[in-house]
Ligand binder design. Structure first.
Ligand code: MLT
Length: 395
């Protein structure tokens, strides 16, 4: 008799963003024709930039000509794509070897798939509030989970506790949902902890392009000692509007080993077995993001999203509501007024102002009482949402 993965029964009945989509659909079904102001899931609203569109068109044409046609791509990534990522890191002073870079279909796939590298008998530390897929993917993998809470007193960027022993540690910086960014000093504490305990850090860098303050680390590899304890997972989804296009990258240093096993070599073995890579067309589009013009254009789009954040932050300031984020990350994390729970806030905003946000409780127990707004909405919708929030929440 087949034995199903029993860990699925330990999951919550549905995934946070699916749950919100269902609730939102129920609202529009009973209020047909309503235009919702969508500031929930971090999905981009601006189209791909010209540099990417041109590269994608050209790659499609390449596939139409026998002399430039590509069949299977190298499973771990085309050299032109890995070179582009390698040069991007080099521009920030980080030296990677070309085969330390792996192409991926985006961070969310990779953050779970990477667990293939680790025995099920491991303990994973998840700093909460956290992206819910970390928890779910680790439950499915059979790992024990340490829910490591954080709060505003540490700026939602906690430091290690030497009495808490974890094998795998997820760090998301800039952070979803709180927008917190770990300083180099805080990351160094985690790197030292990981090297001392033989742990591995999974560093989620999906939001690095949103950092605007000088001196904050964009990559874990800016931290001394990280090449022996960290894997970095990143994505073009938010950086370059690839949520519906799908392309990302993962970095695994060749120096990353435990018990005589090399994680870079293991991931090569995994990818060559489990994938046929990412399509030629998408890798061409992805590589174009890292050209001079590509980087200029994606930052023009990011500036539009930052203006959205400013509109929302001004509204919260006017209302006297505490919040963080919005500056170096595409999310604003605010404290629900009047002791409201985060799902009460969700229902209030949806029913009275037709705004969709994300309740903090969905990111872990310590997210209760908080609410997340995404800055990726349409600019006009965002202005309207700010106006409606001011009307609805003013005393
Ligand atoms: C989010 O809203 O946190 C993200 O967009 C979800 C995701 O990347 O899967």
């Amino acid at each position: 008799m087949i034995k199903p993965n029993r860990h699925y029964s330990e999951l919550k009945s549905s995934y946070l963003f699916y749950n919100i989509a269902q609730k939102t659909k129920a609202y529009t079904d009973s209020n047909p024709g309503t235009h919702l102001l969508r500031l929930g899931i971090g999905d981009v609203t601006l189209p791909l930039c010209n540099e990417v569109i041109t590269a994608l068109h050209k790659a499609v044409d390449d596939q139409a000509d026998k002399s430039t046609f590509h069949g299977y791509m190298p499973e771990c990534g085309a050299d032109f794509y890995k070179d582009a990522v390698q040069n991007y890191y080099k521009s920030r002073g980080i030296d990677l070897e070309n085969d330390e870079v792996f192409v991926s279909s985006g961070a969310s796939d990779e953050l779970g798939d990477i667990l293939d590298l680790f025995d099920s008998d491991n303990t994973t530390l998840i700093m909460e509030p956290a992206y819910p897929a970390y928890v779910d993917a680790n439950i499915i993998a059979g790992h024990k989970i340490i829910h490591f809470p954080s709060d505003a007193s540490v700026g939602f960027a906690p430091v290690p506790d030497k009495d808490v022993k974890a094998d795998l540690i997820y760090i998301c910086s800039p952070n979803t949902p709180t927008g917190a960014v770990f300083t180099k000093e805080k990351l160094k504490l985690w790197v030292d902890y990981a090297n001392e305990n033989g742990s591995i850090i999974i560093f989620d860098a999906a939001y690095e392009a949103f950092i605007e303050e000088e001196g904050l680390p964009h990559s874990i590899y800016e931290i001394e000692g990280s090449r022996t304890c960290a894997i970095e997972i990143s994505s073009l989804s938010k950086t370059a509007g690839f949520t519906g296009t799908r392309c990302g990258y993962t970095v695994i240093p060749k120096t990353l080993e435990r018990e005589g096993m090399n994680f870079n070599a293991m991931w090569v073995r995994n990818r060559t077995t489990k994938t046929n890579g990412v399509s030629y067309i998408l890798q061409r589009g992805g590589a174009s993001v890292f050209t001079e013009n590509g980087l200029k254009e994606i930052h023009e789009n990011i500036a539009v999203y930052k203006r959205n954040a400013k509109v929302l932050m001004d509204a919260l300031d006017e209302l006297g509501i505490w919040y963080c984020g919005g500056k170096n990350a595409p999310y604003i994390w605010f404290r629900c007024p009047d002791g409201m729970s985060s799902w009460e806030m969700f229902d209030l905003l949806l029913n009275k102002a037709q705004i969709v946000g994300t309740p903090g409780e969905g990111f872990g127990k310590c997210g209760e009482g908080y609410f997340r707004l995404s800055m990726f909405g349409d600019p006009d919708d965002t202005k309207e949402a700010a106006k409606r929030m001011k009307e609805l929440l003013k005393k």
